[in-house]
Write a protein that binds this ligand. Structure first.
Ligand code: ASP
Length: 440
């Protein structure tokens, strides 16, 4: 029998009721035996007294910050304590959660590191859930190892597979591990996704299930396209393109362990487990959906350079890029013509250096014209199905034309799974809607 690694995010472990639901989900499929959990997240948008509730991890960071300044932590720690006590009581678990909370409190007061403090959110949660499910608790500190450069040491996989057999039920806290010196270290925020992915690879899982509070990804940003359709299947390559262009998808670092092991990721909704969610895999059948999604964002500028006979001048492009490099600016794309080239740069990168860069290009390359145009938005239309299929670009540009959107730049990567257009920022949302209507 194959096995499934499941990661439950903060909203899926936010209270006793959600943990009961987690148990139901685990029991629905006997292959679900390796459970990675986040720290309890927000139960709802507003807390009991109408205030916005905080995630446990945020409260722990707050406690650490206060303790570091020599300030009291009673208020935030009481919230943390009550959340865990409430969960433990409602579930009727045997673990001495009070004792564990006291230890965490003392550690924070005596100057424990930020990473240690933050990691306690998942640690306590996993202790409760392991007890509730009558599963074996495996402390991530004993199995997940970080190298000095912050990457995950390969020995992690051996440690995990030594501890996880193929008959038991296991609960592992996400988000942290230890350095070779034995110090607790966390991943970046949202890092339980990475732990889940590592566990999935270690046990050669059939699927890595990532349980959230949404039924997978949507084909377009729902704040722009109301009722956007869900993305049922997406390939890793497509997802990468979408994430790069700003779609809020999956923790990027979490992709790599399962990607290498060719394990599909299923993004599921713990509120409605029967929904199929989104399946991310190496390949998909593109007959039903040529295009898988649309992503984009405003906030780009374009440096346009024109020089007669530019195409005969050796090293012109290189010198332009060298000027950018010397200012620590990285660029997105560089659409070129015979005697013109342009470089698209995010405003964040360009910052306040636009004038300096423009002057340097003018002085060093002596072009006929150089100008910086701000207010550009990029939109990526992504789909493996567009490769070798005629008519996709025509459909895209017809849709934009009919919506009255002026296309400023066009870039189709050689991978042929992505067409990126640059439009005026004011046309951005209209353009996304037009592309969605044409393809989705
Ligand atoms: N609890 C951590 C965070 O809030 C990690 C996670 O939930 O994945 O970032």
């Amino acid at each position: 029998m194959g096995s499934i690694a499941c990661k439950f995010g903060g909203s899926s472990v936010a209270c006793a009721e959600r943990i009961r639901q987690l148990q139901k989900i685990v029991q629905m499929d006997e292959r679900r035996r390796y459970i990675v959990v986040s720290a309890p997240g927000k139960r709802n948008q507003k807390g009991k007294k109408g205030k916005k509730e905080k995630k446990i991890t945020d409260l722990l960071y707050l406690c650490h910050g206060l303790a570091k300044q020599g300030l009291g932590i009673t208020e935030p720690f009481t919230i943390i304590r009550n959340r865990y006590l409430e969960i433990a009581q409602e579930l009727g678990v045997h673990v001495d959660i009070e004792g564990l909370l006291d230890q965490v409190y003392q550690k924070i007061k005596s100057g424990a590191s930020e990473d240690f403090v933050a990691s306690r959110g998942e640690y306590l949660c996993a202790r409760i859930i392991a007890d509730y499910l009558e599963a074996t608790f495996i402390d991530a500190a004993e199995v997940i190892r970080f190298r000095h450069d912050g990457s995950v040491d390969e020995e992690t996989y051996k440690r995990l597979s030594d501890r996880l057999d193929d008959s038991g039920l296991y609960v592992i806290p996400g988000f942290y591990g230890t350095t070779h010196e034995g110090e607790i270290k966390t991943f970046t925020r949202g890092g339980s996704d990475i732990t889940g992915s590592i566990v999935a690879r270690a046990i050669h899982a059939e699927i890595y299930e990532n349980w959230t509070d949404v039924s997978g990804f949507l084909m377009a940003d729902p704040t722009i396209v109301e009722d956007s359709k869900p993305m049922r299947k997406v390939t890793y390559r497509e997802l990468r393109e979408l994430a790069y262009m700003g779609a809020k998808v999956f923790h990027e670092e979490a992709i790599s362990p399962v990607y290498q092991a060719k394990i599909p990721i299923n993004i599921l909704n713990s509120h409605c487990p029967e929904n199929r969610g989104t399946m991310i895999s190496h390949q998909r059948d593109t007959t039903a959906h040529t295009i898988v999604g649309i992503a984009g964002k405003p906030g780009f500028s374009l440096i346009y350079i024109e020089k007669f006979l530019m195409n005969q001048e050796h090293g012109f492009g290189r010198r332009v890029l060298e000027i950018l490099e010397s200012h620590g600016i990285s660029y997105e794309h560089s659409p070129t013509g015979i005697d013109s080239m342009s470089v698209i740069i995010s405003d964040e990168q360009l910052d306040d250096k636009a004038e300096i860069v423009k002057n340097e290009i003018q002085n060093m390359l002596n072009p006929d014209r150089v100008e910086v145009q701000h207010g550009l938005a990029l939109i990526a239309t992504v789909g493996e199905g567009m490769a070798y299929r005629p008519g996709i670009a025509a459909r895209l540009f017809t849709a934009l034309g009919e919506a009255g959107v002026n296309v400023r730049t066009i870039d189709q990567g050689s991978s042929e799974i992505n067409i990126i257009v640059g439009v005026e920022a004011v046309d951005y949302e209209r353009a996304v809607r037009a592309i969605y209507e044409a393809f989705c």
